[in-house]
Design a protein around this ligand. Sequence first.
Ligand SMILES: Nc1ncnc2c1ncn2[C@@H]1O[C@H](COP(=O)(O)OP(=O)(O)OP(=O)(O)O)[C@@H](O)[C@H]1O
Length: 246
Amino acid sequence: MTALHIDIRRKRYAGASAAKKSAADQIGNFRLDIAENEFICIFGPSGCGKTTLLNIVSGLDHQFEGVIAGENTAARFSHVFQNPRLLPWRTVRQNIDLAVPKGTSGELVEHLLEETGIAAVQHQYPETLSLGVCRRAALVRAFASRPDFMLLDEPFVSLDAPTARRIRKLLIRLWLENPHGALFVTHDLTEAVTLADRLIFVSAAPMSIVADIRITLPREFRNDNEQVSAFIARIMTQHPQIQTLI
Ligand SMILES: Nc1ncnc2c1ncn2[C@@H]1O[C@H](COP(=O)(O)OP(=O)(O)OP(=O)(O)O)[C@@H](O)[C@H]1O
């Protein structure tokens, strides 16, 4: 069942040169259907429009031609940005509590704080904490809002490799416990194969889909580097059009 239908016929930013009509389009003819609880990774060149896509899907940007339609019209979206975007005048816990839907218990938040290992610092202010801790807090906030759909924009960029690996595993564990649709932007193909049900390769602007690949590697093998590398080598042979994007 399609949970979210994305059809962006054209997105261009105001101020883009009218003389260079198609060259100025940021996104063109981008169509993607996402199934219920499906985890999708988007992989493409820098500056092609991936953040723009997430902003459109989450409703932050309405300036585009096309339609974003959900099966559930009351669906809740949560957005994990490249920068954790915690309010500096609130503690970690206060930042998270702001996202908790009214009338729901704090039990999930307690569980998430324990799972992410940040329960001990929940009453501290973001500026007193490392970027890794703030990223975990942003992830807890996103899950605490009990979303139907989560948008994640390179949430682990600039973290050291072991921390990123730990939080990636945590993300999958939380997602398996509380399934929902996910659109995850990354520049790291190994990360994409580790996380996704489907991998979408996109072109430079005007951004459109170059390849739509189902990750058939079973989840129990996703932490095995050799298996992941072999899978990547296989898709590069089967989909030569992605080679220039990697
Ligand atoms: N509000 C805006 N007004 C005008 N141009 C913008 C605006 N926001 C983004 N852009 C431009 O749109 C292009 C795409 O930006 P976007 O951040 O969506 O790319 P991206 O694929 O997410 O990049 P990266 O992989 O480097 O994060 C860039 O050239 C950017 O400068």
